[in-house]
Each structure stands twice: as C-alpha cells, then as structure tokens.
Ligand binder design. Structure first.
Ligand code: DAH
Length: 366
C-alpha cells in the first residue's frame, strides 16, 4: 500500500472519531480501527510479510497511523466524558435556597421520651433532676457507696477503666451506675433531698438484653424519719403514673446492695398479652407472673456518713432502675440493641413527636 493510501485511511478514521458523539460511538470506531479485525491492525499485520527494505520504509508510517488514531480516540473520549459530566451536573443541580418540600423527619427517641415522662412523674412528687459526670472516679462510683476495693461487687460491674489516675490518685472509669450521683448530691446539698438522676451508664457487656452503654434512673430521698413505707409508696405511685394504670402490684423481696440496708428487689406483676409482657395485676393471680424491675433500699448509714451527714439525724431511701428496660416494657420493643442502631425506620416507628411534651394532665405518653 502506498503511503498516500495510508494517509487517506488516517484522515478517514480521524473524521469518524471527530463525528463520534458519545462513548459507545467512540468505542465502535476504536474497534473498527484498532480491534482484532480492525483496519489499522490489519496494516500492522502486513509488516511481517515485508522485506526489510519495505518494512524500513512503511513501518514508521503504519506505526505513526496507530499512534495518531490512539491519541485522537483518547482526546475525543476525554472531551465527551467532560461534556457528559457537565450535562449531569446541570441536570442534578439542587438549589439550596429553595424552601424544603418535605416536613422534617426527626423524632424523639424512646429513651428521651421515657426520661421526660419520668421527670414529669417525679416532679409531681417534688423530686428535682440531678446529674453527674459519666467519667467518674472509683471513690464516687464504688468506695463512697460502701463498695471497698476488695468487694466482689466491683468485679461484678464489668467496669471500663481509663489507663490514667486523676490528680488525687483515684482510678478513673466510666460510671457503671447512676448511684454516684447520690454521693455527689449528698456532698453538695443540705437535706431534705429529693432527686432523680437519669443518665448513661457503661458496662463491658453485650447481647440482646445488654449493651455496653445503657440508661438508668436513680432516686434518692434524704430526710428525717424516712422509712420503707415511704419507699414503697413512692415506687407504687411512680409506676402507676408511668405505666398509666392503677392495677400495678409490687412485691418487695429482701436483697443485698452494699449502699442500702435493708435492701429490696422490687418485682412487678405482669401477664402475657399478644406475645408480649404487659405490666399489671398481681403476679400470684392466674395467668400472671412476677418480673424483677428495680433495686432499692434504705440508704446505708455508712454511705450517709461517707458524705459528711449524721446518719442518726438523716435517713433515706434510694432506688435504681433501667430506663431502656422501662421503655421496652411500656412501648413493646424486644431488642435493646435496636435502641442504639440509629435506624430511621425504627425511629419512625417507635419515636415520638418533638412537640408532644409529656404532662400528667395531658397524659404523659400522649
Ligand atoms: N446501682 C444498682 C445497679 O446498678 C441499682 C440500685 C440498686 C440502685 C439499689 C439503688 C439501689 O439506688 O438502692 O445495679
């Protein structure tokens, strides 16, 4: 083939490349020229049958053809890609200054809702809300609560410790319960004290009913002449208001907590309805049973003394209960882990409207 013929082929292919308007048209031209059966490939194959002289003359021309076609395809492809991107960006443009065409989808998490409900229930009984740090020291979390270093309860708490101690040489940890807020409150406030302390607590534990972080609410009353009758009445009143039914029956079982003496575990009667546990009724009645709900007791004299108060003058009761557990029982969730997955579908189902604030008069969960 004459060099002028090769030049004509080149001009033809370059024209086709220039006319290709999208990626697939470019690819078709590429296959027709450079593919296995392409025209340029066929020319390259003729080099093998040439004499050395012929090859020296035609070789550079044919190789130059391949190079110019390859370069032209790459350039055209880049131009088409850029144009396609431009078009897509223009089509998908969002004007952020336009008003939203969708209502906000946020909702109040059941844990927040239940904490609000509990604050409302206890406010009605004269309790203030107290808080404490989630990063605690072992004195507030254990020692002051009558759990000395050697006490087996320390091991039972599956504590997350920090590697460093604080300035006073106390081991630092993530609080394992809300009970240290009892200590902080007694050390900073004069009795009479009536507080609840809701918040996050942490234990190294994880399965369907345990998550490394969960929520508790602590209650503490310190006054003169406080006895277990006050404790039982308070728990009964709280649970009737929270579960919004009058047939709440409690069973107090003798138990042990280092920070209370005597201690009582509180069970509540329930029945199975539609495959879930519904709180209410006497656990000894037919079709009913008892479930353990919370820990409580009279504040141990040693704890009162550890906080600088005179246990002969001041007595009190305390209780602690899992907030997530309370939410599951009232609103029917069965897997605690879902509380902390942040799945919008779960939140849409179990969440609460941001504007429906719980009040005793309006119905706390309405
Ligand atoms: N702090 C206990 C726990 O996390 C719960 C508890 C039990 C709190 C009895 C109390 C109480 O205030 O009196 O296991």
């Amino acid at each position: 083939m004459m060099t002028s013929d090769i030049k004509a082929i080149e001009a033809q292919i370059l024209r086709e490349i220039e006319n290709a308007s999208d990626a697939s048209a470019i690819e078709a031209v590429r296959i027709a020229a450079l593919g296995k059966a392409g025209s340029v490939t066929a020319l390259l194959k003729t080099l093998g049958g040439m004499t050395p002289d012929e090859r020296q003359a035609k070789g550079p021309v044919i190789h130059a053809l391949r190079e110019s076609v390859t370069a032209a395809i790459a350039a055209r492809k880049a131009a088409v890609d850029a144009a396609e991107l431009e078009a897509r960006l223009a089509a998908e443009a969002v004007d952020m200054t336009l008003p939203a065409d969708m209502a906000p989808r946020g909702s109040v998490h059941p844990v927040s809702q239940v904490m609000d409900e509990l604050a409302e229930v206890f406010a009605d009984m004269g309790f203030a809300v107290a808080t404490g740090p989630e990063i605690e020291d072992d004195w507030h979390n254990f020692t002051a609560l009558n759990i000395p270093e050697t006490h087996p309860a320390r091991a039972m708490h599956d504590t997350f410790y920090f590697p460093d101690k604080d300035a006073e040489g106390r081991a630092m940890l993530l609080r394992t319960h809300t009970s240290p807020v009892q200590i902080r409150t007694m050390m900073t406030q004069q009795p009479p004290i009536r507080i609840i302390a809701p918040g996050r607590v942490y234990r190294s534990d994880s399965d369907a009913t345990h998550t490394p972080m969960f929520h508790q609410i602590e209650g503490l009353v310190i006054d003169r002449g406080i006895h277990m009758g006050h404790l039982k009445w308070t728990l009964e009143t709280f649970l009737k208001a929270y579960f919004e039914r009058d047939d709440i029956v409690l069973r107090l079982r003798p138990s042990y907590f280092p920070f209370t003496e005597p201690s009582a575990e509180v069970d509540v009667g329930y029945a199975h309805e539609k495959g879930r546990r519904i709180v209410g009724g006497n656990g000894d009645d037919a079709g009913h049973a008892w479930m353990e709900l919370l820990g409580s007791g009279m504040v141990n004299r040693r704890v009162i003394a550890n906080c600088g108060l005179d246990p002969d003058e001041w007595q009190g009761f305390a209780f602690g209960v899992g907030v997530d557990r309370l939410a599951m029982l009232k609103y029917g969730m069965d897997d605690l882990r879902a509380f902390f997955d942040g799945d919008l579908r779960w939140l849409a189902h179990y969440g609460f409207g941001a504007l429906s604030v719980p009040t005793l008069s309006g119905g706390i969960s309405a």
